[in-house]
Design a protein around this ligand. Structure first.
Ligand code: GAR
Length: 209
């Protein structure tokens, strides 16, 4: 049984989807041992409390990045977290934090990376006029929205849609993609070659060509 630690700053819909899939067994052999936020009023924390999970607040305001990260890592260690999942955690991790959990920190981003890193990715994609949009779950490295990609989901941008409907349709895919990525990482049937995550043969699905 592996322990997941969720870090979030806001609404928490990705966390909620992960929690649902842990409860149903869709995410296998895992439990959520900590839900941690840098914002006391994050909606995701209220959901965690309702679900009876270990909800932790470590305010970031007024703290140096690494000072805050040291407190967060101490709390994750106390909860014996094996895999850290950033789910709308709106803080850049310090290199020190990244080194504490090598290849064991995941992030979800609402664009097909490397397009549109940073804030308001869905709005950036809509304004650019792309025809295909989507989301990415990737390992966290020391650069923003950058590490090896685990899962991507793509959708068509509809002419009749707007920024809001596009963001909502991407979010639906996020809720599917994150659990898939967690299962892949927990199963461990992959290797990282350069910046590529390559599935090893045992994990390959589907009919042979
Ligand atoms: C999600 O769309 C997630 O992809 C995005 O924040 C939102 C959080 O929603 N993350 C980033 O933009 C990270 N660069 P949620 O709180 O409902 O899961």
């Amino acid at each position: 049984m592996k322990n997941l630690g969720i870090l979030l700053s806001g609404r928490g819909s990705n966390f909620e989807a992960i929690a649902k899939n842990v409860a149903s067994g869709e995410i296998r052999d895992a439990r959520i041992s900590a839900v941690l936020s840098n914002k006391a009023d994050a909606g995701g924390l209220a959901i965690a409390r309702q679900l009876g999970l270990n909800a932790i607040v470590i305010p970031s305001k007024g703290k140096q990045r690494e000072e805050h990260d040291r407190e967060v890592v101490a709390a994750l260690r106390q909860a014996k977290v094996d895999l850290v999942c950033l789910a709308g955690y709106m803080r850049l991790l310090s290199p020190w934090f990244v080194q504490q959990f090598p290849r064991r920190i995941l992030n979800i981003h609402p664009s097909l990376l490397p397009a549109f890193p940073g804030l308001e990715a869905q709005e950036q994609a809509f304004a650019y006029g792309v025809k295909i949009a989507g989301c990415t779950v990737h390992f966290v490295d020391e650069e923003l929205d950058h590490g090896p990609i685990i899962v991507q989901k793509a959708i068509q941008v509809l002419d009749k849609g707007d920024e809001r409907t596009l963001a909502a349709r991407i979010l639906e895919q996020e809720h599917i993609a994150y659990s898939e990525a967690i299962n892949i990482v927990l199963a461990g049937n992959f290797e990282i070659v350069g910046r590529k995550m390559v599935m090893t043969l045992a994990a390959e699905k589907g009919p042979l060509p």
